[in-house]
Design a protein around this ligand. Structure first.
Ligand code: SF4
Length: 445
């Protein structure tokens, strides 16, 4: 039976010393009960208690850090639920793009430049390629080491080193060990030698086997050899079987506390067909990859996958909101248009993006709707003409402009009469969809 926060709390020193990073022992106990911390992270536990609780209180799925310490690294794993309606998924998968071994040094460097630049902004958040999967298969040890070193120095993201020859992998991993690349992979006959490379270089290791029992044995062997950070590696080109295997591994770890499969997983879906890669990658975003390896670097492929990651890894119980206040888009003046929208982040950023696209500097007043979009807020009684007038007043919009024209969403034409009756604002009914904003604003000028 899982430990409750009070079960954990009983075993803590209760000094509230804050050394674990939490303000009180009870706050820390709640994190342990939520499987986000191990009881042994309490720095004040006695050595005996550390030993006694080492296994029983550890999160059922290990958190694996790849890359340099701090923000430059990637953290995957430590998930606590099978389904995101139970609780949010915590660590979004890293999208890794391959750099083929067959490329010349100049071509590989150019590809790394493209990977570095593969960043986009969506709903106010920066999303992008999270890892570079550097293939060194077929290279001589010295060439592999030189390739790994040159690309690691150039890269803004952590590396995966992909090769099957332990001697070549040892040379490449040794050259960039301080950057903690993921070594891909221990499998079949090379497994033992690859585990030794990971243990010697203290790098995380991907492990792959034909069945889950064999994979669990391999993960145990790596742990026994001192490799704590293991990633379970699967072939993404047999999607039905792989989804079944990954789901079974996660269920065994989370529901049965089966530690040998309590690691994040990676899936290689790389192929020459961008559409197939996109579909497979999006599938494994949902079920349950921590790293997804692809070939494509075109925005038309990356953005759908990154959007899927962003959507699946938001907290379904917490609406995605922006602060209710007056936003200025562009170099606004006292003649700039004024419009309002709701506090649902996707709605706000859609409106903001279209205003930017129009190149007409504008004010956007965001009305608090508890994260609901226009129609949902209206249906749920979270927005009204009275609330809009109150927001305009609280945000002192009338002090920013000398006109009194308010553009309202085309989905709420019924607000017009009440807004005009109860304030100085004259209503102009805007487009129903954000995509209509650029043309509308240009025509209103
Ligand atoms: Fe309590 Fe231990 Fe955290 Fe100190 S380190 S606040 S004793 S849980």
């Amino acid at each position: 039976m899982p430990m409750t926060a009070m079960d954990v709390y009983k075993n803590l020193p209760k000094t509230n010393c804050k050394e674990c990073g939490f303000p009180t022992c009870l706050a820390f106990a709640m994190q342990v009960a939520a499987k986000q911390k191990a009881l042994t992270d309490c720095t004040q536990l006695s050595a005996e208690a550390q030993e006694a609780f080492a296994d029983s209180s550890a999160p059922p799925m290990k958190l694996v850090h790849i890359g340099p310490a701090g923000d430059a690294g990637v953290e995957i794993g430590q998930e606590t639920v099978m389904f995101r309606h139970e609780e949010k998924f915590h660590h979004p998968p890293a999208l890794a793009v391959k750099v083929a071994a067959a490329l010349s040094d100049d071509q590989a460097a150019a590809r790394m430049d493209q990977i570095n630049k593969a960043l986009f902004t969506r709903i106010g958040e920066e999303i992008g390629v999270g890892m570079a999967a550097v293939e060194i298969e077929g290279l001589a040890p010295e060439a592999a080491a030189a390739r790994a070193k040159a690309l690691a120095e150039k890269s803004r993201v952590p590396l995966i080193l992909m090769g099957s020859d332990p001697a070549v992998m040892a040379a490449a991993a040794g050259a960039v060990a301080e950057k903690k690349p993921l070594l891909h992979q221990a499998a079949g006959e090379n497994a033992e030698a690859m585990i030794k490379v990971a243990a010697d270089t203290k790098c995380p290791l991907a492990a792959s086997a034909e069945g889950l029992e064999q994979l669990a044995d391999l993960a145990r062997a790596a742990k026994d050899a001192g490799v704590e950070d293991v990633v379970l590696s699967f072939d993404g080109h047999k999607p039905a079987q792989t989804v079944r295997d990954i789901t079974s591994a996660r269920r065994a770890a989370l529901r049965k506390n089966f530690r040998a499969l309590g690691y994040p997983v990676m899936v290689d879906v790389a192929c020459d067909d961008p559409t197939k890669e996109t579909v497979l990658a999006a599938t494994f975003v949902c079920k349950y990859a921590g790293i997804i390896v692809i070939n494509g670097l075109d925005g038309s492929e990356l953005i759908p996958i990154l959007t899927a990651i962003q959507n699946i890894y938001t907290d379904p119980q917490v609406p995605n909101t922006v602060e209710a206040k007056l936003y200025e888009v562009g170099a606004v003046t006292e003649n700039s248009p004024v419009m309002f929208t709701t506090s649902f982040a996707l709605t706000y950023f859609s409106v903001e993006g279209e205003v930017e696209r129009s190149k007409v500097p504008s004010y956007i007043s965001v009305v608090e709707t508890e994260g609901l979009g226009v129609l949902n807020a209206y249906a749920g009684d979270k927005i009204s003409a009275e609330k809009v007038v109150k927001a305009l007043s609280e945000q002192k919009v009338a002090e920013k402009v000398k006109h009194r024209k308010l553009i309202i969403p085309g989905l709420l034409p019924s607000f017009r009469a009440e807004i005009e009756d109860t304030s100085d604002w004259q209503v102009v009914i805007g487009p129903e969809a954000a995509t209509g904003i650029p043309r509308f604003l240009v025509e209103q000028k």
